[in-house]
Ligand binder design. Sequence first.
Ligand code: ADP
Ligand code: MG
Length: 521
Amino acid sequence: MVDLPPAGGRADGTVLVIPDLPGSRRYVYTLCLLAACTACLVLLQAELLAGLLTGSVTLALPIAALAGRALLLWVQESVAARFAASAKEHLRSRVLRSTMDSAGAQTTLVTRGIDAVGPYLTGYLPQMVLSATVPLAVLVRLCIADLTSALIIAGTLPLIPIFAILVGKHTKRQTERQWDLLSRLGGHFLDVVRGMETLILFKRAGAQARIVREMAVQHADATMKTLRVAFLSALVLELVATLSIALVAVPVGLRLLNGSVDLETALLVLLLAPEAYLPLRAAGTKFHAAAEGLTVLKNVLELKEKAPSVAVNTRPPDLRTARISLEGVTVRYPGREEPAIRDFWLTIEPGERVALIGPSGAGKSTVLSVVLGLTKPSEGRVRVGDIDLREIAGWHDCLTWVPQRPWLMAASVAENIRLADANATDVDIDRAAAAAVLDVSMDRPGRELSSGQRQRVALARALLRRSAPLVLLDEPTARLDTQTEQAVLAASRKLLAGKTALLVAHRPALLPETDRVVRVG
Ligand code: ADP
Ligand code: MG
């Protein structure tokens, strides 16, 4: 029954995974020690109870044994709770550090999924350890007291795991399906929320709501099926255990009547027999609560950690003297066959202003993102002076950036501009807004602004960081009216004056401000 996963943490078809987590070895050893103590107390308790019933022992002793078991249970539960808390924390950070392709699935895993690991670690795992120790101790004791009963128990005990595995095989498929549906639901829901504006615009929000509802119904169905199987299997295990105990009890009763066994031994057998089946039965029922956690644990242990990043500790070189060079940079986005840019070479001298031109989709924004350090080259590298960009800490303090589609947070315009410099005073912000020709009230919610206004909020942000020696500017493709366009261009010119710059120029208006034009794609 105990089917340990092979090295590497894969757990297909297993019912027990000892997770490879900090402290898990100690946890399992502690559980084994506690289980051994429990086994001793089980024997002692049965012995004392039998003695009590035959009149050779006072009541206090069995009660003390019972109290001892309660104490052990309490210790075991607190140890388990503490380990589960630290394990969940570790698993969460492991998920967050991993390369997952869907943020929605990651969210489901970090929130709900990892909580499901709790019942596995605190309930099922300790129960499995008990199942391996208590029945063994009982069997050894009964071999000494009454060999026939010991043989009957040894013969029927494996029936419980066999039935549990048979039912479990069915459950496993169910829980995996339930989990799969839940992560897909989470992923889809997040995508829908992110794209809500677009969906409403194209009148697709209703259809999406229907899809989410359908997925929720499927998930509810799968959950009900899992529960049904769980209840049914609990019943089956109960039945097997009860019949097995009857197989032990009836012969002992008969032998007691014909005098071939004494009363104390018969009582010991009757008291110990249920104890032999109990841990396995409990493990069987706890398995269903733990099955989801087991699936999650399996998934998390299979996640690949992102490649460890290079030591980031070098201070940025002085951009007044250091050139920025892209050396054979290729960027492949996940899920895309064609690289967004291929073997791209570019050197930006100190103080030089370079314009990137090229058709839409040529990879201009990607080049900017690579220089920003937000997109890592799949091949090639970026160097600033002699230093690889990946090794530089605080690179973003050297630059100011205007993205193609500025993102505004749900706060006032002033707060949105302040993103660039948390210490900026209101006067600084007003000055930056004026320089960006942004003529809206600073208290308005940023989300209400038009695309031209958003563009100028982004410019104001960039202007707030006047001291940054490098400007990265992704000129908007959105069609602005002539007046707005002139305002944006004027502000862009102010931003570029006297800086090293890399800009995407969709229109020729900014080209006179630049020293060199590079075609992408
Ligand atoms: P440009 O700015 O020149 O219009 P981009 O750099 O935005 O071009 O995009 C270059 C290519 O990479 C396009 O085919 C685009 O669809 C793809 N691309 C851009 N960003 C992503 C992304 N995050 N994931 C996948 N593909 C992307
Ligand atoms: Mg672009």
